[in-house]
Each structure stands twice: as C-alpha cells, then as structure tokens.
Design a binder for this molecule. Structure first.
Ligand code: AMP
Length: 282
C-alpha cells in the first residue's frame, strides 16, 4: 500500500491510473477505523481495479464547540488496517494543503441538509460537501462508497453528485453494528462503560420502530411516540431529535407509504451519537 500525502502526487497517481484504463474505487474517511469503515473498503476492493481511501479529519465539518481537537486519531493503526484489507493508496493530506489561507469556496446542498442533523449542526454538511468535492477532484474516482450510518450525509452527497453532474457513482452500504446492536462509530470510544451500556437504547428504540412497521403500523406519530418513549426511559440519554422521513427527500412524513428512514440523534453525556433504520416498504 502506498501512502500519499500531497494533493499533487494524488492527482498525478489518479491521472495515470485513468489513462491506463483502471477503475478507481474511493472511500473517504476520518480514520480511527472500525468494521464499518472496513466493510466499505472491502466493497471498494470488489468494485475497483484500484482502491483509494482518504484519511482526513476535516476541520470544516465540525462546529466551533464540537470535538475536532479530541476526535480519535491513530495513523499507524489505521495504516495497518487499511493495508490488511487490500487498500492500494491511503491519501492523507494536511489540513493546510486542503484549506490554504485564501480558500474561499463552499459547496452547499440546500433542502436535504436543513432537517435532522442540519438543525443542530448548521454548517456540518457544507463542510462535508466541500471536502468531498475537493476529494473527488483530487482522487478522480469512478465509484465512491459511503455508509448508511450517516444516512443524511449519503443522501446529501447523492443530491450533490446529481445536481453538479459529477462523474462518479455513489454507493451506500448498510450500517455495521457491534454484537449487541450498537452502530459502530469512532465516537463510541468516548463512552465510559455506563454510557456505553445506555447507548444500546438507540438501537433498541429503532428495533421497536421496526417491529411496529413490520406489524403494519403506518402512522408516523405512533412510531415517534414509541421511539421517544423508549429513549426517554434511559436516564443517561438526552434526545436531540427523532424523525420519520421519506428515505429519498428526507422530508418528514405523516404516513408511511414508500421508503422511510427513522433517524435519531442523542447525547450520552457530551457524546452525540446518531443511528437510523431504513425501512423499505416497496
Ligand atoms: P467517518 O470516518 O466517520 O467519516 O466515516 C467514513 C465512512 O464510513 C462514512 O461513509 C460513514 O458513513 C461510514 N461509516 C461509519 N460508521 C459506519 C458503520 N457503523 N457502518 C457502515 N459504515 C459506516
């Protein structure tokens, strides 16, 4: 596996690969890998002649009071894990190279970013879409792979690629979970044992939603009531939001008719976790 640290070298590598007719699969990440990241990489390995991943803790997607500084980082561990799953290139640029002092351009997707996490993290998605646009320009992938764990991010990137006619196929993969059901996340490392135990309620509340949906419940408020009630019975949890949304537009629905996502965000102490259930009725 090759580690590339400069934008120029990455562009050169990808240009040459494209000239040689290679298909490039790409997985953007912020590192501190777990099985969720590795599942995206394995899919990339299947889909591309070359698999490129990026490791970049992107400062612009963190709010001023968020965890940019404390976000877990371990380059050596990540490098080894990437190598083991067969990554060809690990691209790890410096923030000062990605955002030189005169950087002035922001890519912002409107409607789908204004709900769910966008309400409590108003500049988060423009940070994501700006950096992903830059990464797509630098890495020049044919296919890019994202996780449904960050469902709103996936929909936002799909919308951006469609609107800007970007020449990349966006693939979404299901959430990988711990044995007990907790969605894997680099942020789970913040949780002391008590909060780690309480965090399971996120998964359990979504399982309750799934049971209701499977039994034929079609009223969103009934689902919301159940999920919120389940979360509220856990004293260590503070709900940020629970919403039932159309899985494509992310607009709230009253009745479940097509594909929906039941999405939630909650705090355990200072740690904010998200999870969701994608329920396809068709
Ligand atoms: P991050 O490093 O947290 O920015 O995540 C990088 C990519 O991994 C994103 O596309 C995430 O949606 C995806 N991802 C994170 N956690 C999981 C998970 N538990 N299962 C599947 N994909 C995930």
């Amino acid at each position: 596996m090759e580690v590339i640290k400069t934008i120029e070298a990455m562009k050169e590598f990808s240009s040459q690969a494209r000239l040689a007719g290679k298909t490039i699969a790409f997985v953007p990440t912020m590192g501190f890998f777990h099985q969720g990241h590795l599942s995206l990489m394995r899919e990339g390995r299947r889909r591309g002649d070359l698999l490129i991943i990026s490791l970049f803790v992107n400062p612009t997607q963190f709010g001023p009071s968020e965890d940019f500084k404390s976000y877990p980082r371990d380059f050596e561990r990540d490098r080894k894990m990437a190598e083991e799953v067969g990554v060809d290139v690990l691209f790890a640029p410096e923030a000062s190279a990605m955002y030189p002092p005169n950087h002035q351009t922001i890519v912002r997707v409107e409607k789908v970013t204004q709900t769910l996490c966008g309400r409590s993290r108003p500049t988060h998605f423009q940070g994501v879409t700006t950096v992903v646009t830059m990464l797509f320009e630098i890495v020049m992938p044919h296919v890019a792979i994202f996780g449904e764990k960050d469902y709103q991010q996936l929909v936002t990137i799909q919308q951006m690629v469609k609107d800007l006619r970007m020449s990349v196929e966006v693939v979404g993969l299901p959430t990988v979970r711990e044995a007990d059901g907790l969605a894997m996340s680099s942020r789970n490392t913040y949780l002391p044992p008590e909060e780690r135990k309480a965090a399971l309620s996120l998964y359990h509340s979504l399982q309750k939603a799934k049971e209701l949906l499977q039994k034929g419940e079609r009223k969103a408020d009934r689902i919301l009531h159940e999920v919120k009630g389940s979360l509220q019975s856990e004293p260590l949890i503070r709900i940020d939001y629970v919403q039932v949304c159309d899985a494509h537009t992310l607009q709230d629905v009253d009745r479940i008719e097509g594909d929906v996502v039941v999405a939630l965000a909650a705090y355990l102490g200072k740690t904010r976790l998200i999870d969701n259930l994608v329920y396809r009725t068709l």
